[in-house]
Design a binder for this molecule. Structure first.
Ligand code: SAH
Length: 266
């Protein structure tokens, strides 16, 4: 990277981040849409020559500069960043009646990779496609705010049982359950990082139930699909609080224990 052009990371931290779609990326240039032009030039009052960071939502950042043409920004250079957790985290959430906007925002800030809204035996209200668009917008804004390299993917709504039947089975699958003597998530997550199997760190999936909790049948099916039942502590959390707690614990377990890639042996 050319340090003279970019300046130090402190200066980079002050630049506005703008998420762009792959189709907006041209050779050496970014084609800005109407909203981005308005935001950069009118709201932020940036002018020709002023810089911002463009992120493609798939891990790549560029330092960009507004050009003389309102619809174009010049790409100055790509910026190497590593802000993501070392493995992908999929959060499977039975749709709570309210509060999804906050769940999307918070779990994006905390590092989620994929959000799977599911209908469970005790939630049958299917959200409108508008809601999904709205959640995807919220995830994009939160990813910009938290300097994420990727924008989390929000899958279309499926039933929990279909999801279990269709998906492949990653090694680290957890289902959060209340009122049992299931081991604590932090203990399980740390154990999986420390065990010899943890050396092949794989994706993590975690499932959280609706306000009424999972039904026994769902828990059984999940366990048969390789989910380990886990606790988030002795208090019952609201369906919209539990995701932030689960994500924080997993992120802590992953970030406290360097992965094989991160640990450098002398
Ligand atoms: N009504 C249920 C609680 C539902 S809380 C009851 O009284 O038991 C909604 C979801 O959040 C639960 O299905 C579970 O997945 C998760 N959750 C909340 N608190 C939890 C805890 N202490 N441990 C594990 N999971 C919890």
């Amino acid at each position: 990277m050319n340090a003279a052009k970019t300046g130090n990371s402190h200066q980079l931290g002050q630049l506005q981040r703008v998420a762009i779609a792959p189709a907006q990326l041209l050779p050496g240039e970014i084609l800005l849409d109407r909203f981005q032009q308005h935001y950069l030039r009118r709201v932020l009052r940036l002018k020709e020559g002023d810089r911002f960071i463009a992120m493609d939502g798939q891990g790549q950042w560029w330092l960009a500069q507004l050009s003389g043409y309102p619809e174009f920004a010049t790409i100055l250079e790509s910026i190497p960043v590593q802000n993501e957790l070392p493995v992908s985290i999929t959060l499977i959430l039975a749709l709570p009646k309210n509060g999804w906007d906050e769940v999307v925002r918070q779990t994006t800030e905390l590092g989620v990779t994929t959000l799977v809204p599911v209908l469970s035996d005790r939630t049958v209200l299917k959200p409108s496609p508008n809601k999904l668009d709205r959640w995807r917008r919220i995830a994009t804004e939160a990813a910009e705010q938290s300097e994420r390299q990727i924008v989390p993917t929000i899958l279309d709504v499926a039933t929990f049982r279909d999801y279990l039947a269709l998906r492949e089975k990653p090694a680290n699958r957890y289902i959060c359950v209340t009122r049992t003597d299931a081991p604590h998530l932090l203990k399980q997550a740390l154990a999986s990082q420390q065990s010899p199997a943890g050396l092949q760190l794989g994706p993590v999936e975690i499932a959280i139930g609706p306000e009424g909790g999972w039904t026994p049948g769902e828990e059984e099916q999940a366990i048969a699909s390789g989910f380990q039942p886990v606790s988030l502590g002795s208090r019952i959390l609201r369906a919209v609080t539990a995701p932030a707690v689960a994500l924080s614990l997993i992120a802590a377990a992953l970030e406290m224990n360097p992965t094989p890639n991160q640990s450098v042996s002398p």
